[in-house]
Ligand binder design. Sequence first.
Ligand code: SF4
Length: 372
Amino acid sequence: MVGIYIHIPFCAAKCNYCDFNSHVGTQCEQERYIDALCREIECCGGGEMTADTVYFGGGTPTILKPERLLRILTAVKNRFRLTDNCEITTECNPGTVGGAELEGLRRGGFNRLSIGMQSAEDEQLKALGRIHSFEDCRKCVIAANAAGFDNLSVDLMFGLPNQDSDSWKYSLEQAAELEPSHISAYALKIEEGTPFFEIPADELNIADEELSRDMYDFCNEFLRQCGFRRYEISNFSKKGMESRHNLKYWRCEDYIGIGAGAHSCRDGRRYFNIENTEDYIRSVNECGSAVKASISISAADKMSEFVYLGLRLADGISEAEFKARFSANIDEVFGAALKLNLNRGTLIRDEGRIYIPERYVYVSNAIMSDFV
Ligand code: SF4
């Protein structure tokens, strides 16, 4: 069973913090890109395959009219067998959709939306370069509910310019009031090559390490009280409403990435698509594929990935599953790293599972790096 990721590299405007593979494209470029996407899907090798998740990400998938997104989804349905309860998600920018679009998407088979809210404060949204207000987001959630979406995720960011603890609390409260079934909360990272990177730190006025950690801890506790469970470092859901697609990444399951810059992981190999949109279109038109490189994943890398990605999950990793996948005991392979972390309390071993205790989740990168 695979998951399918479709990359839409277009946005209405580029946000000030964003280093994703996205840009403001023309209508003509969008059309040619969709043609190429459908061709890549059609030509996608690997025989008969069943998928239980499809995820449209970007960029801003909803910058495309619903008919266009549904054309791509139809191509997916023609190439892959989708399970009856297949999770079909699209990321959604609240500034790009209204009731009619959401109804069209729901009717066409999408059953999950991941809405980019980011903040409840319009000043902060403006500073980020987002094209929507908080009111747009609220209306988007209401319209999505009316259209029949009952699986909604809301994305938030903390550590934003001029955001203090009270302001973060306000955004969390407003997000919870929208009653989504899933919330993702990410710390703002200043990436090289973005407009934020060019602004001196004291001018940008973003949270320091201590404030950022307090914000994360507050978020954990607040969302727990609202009935959400943190199932991954930055992801919280109501019972049974975890993102099944994203769980595939953390559980090292196979997925197929379609589109410019998309990656795939299947049958022990990793595939990397060409990133530049025009080059991607040209390559697909010429040969039905845009894979620029592929590597075989070594046994050692597979074991490492299984552990460090699995440790992102609140439930951590199963020792039995490690043994079933790799025919080895985890202690034989990672004895030293395990012992070190178990002794200092940064890992817990309990009933056949190994996981990072709540109080160390914020420093989980350091713990996970012991297994790389
Ligand atoms: S909408 Fe998303 S992908 Fe597009 S520029 Fe903003 S952050 Fe990047």
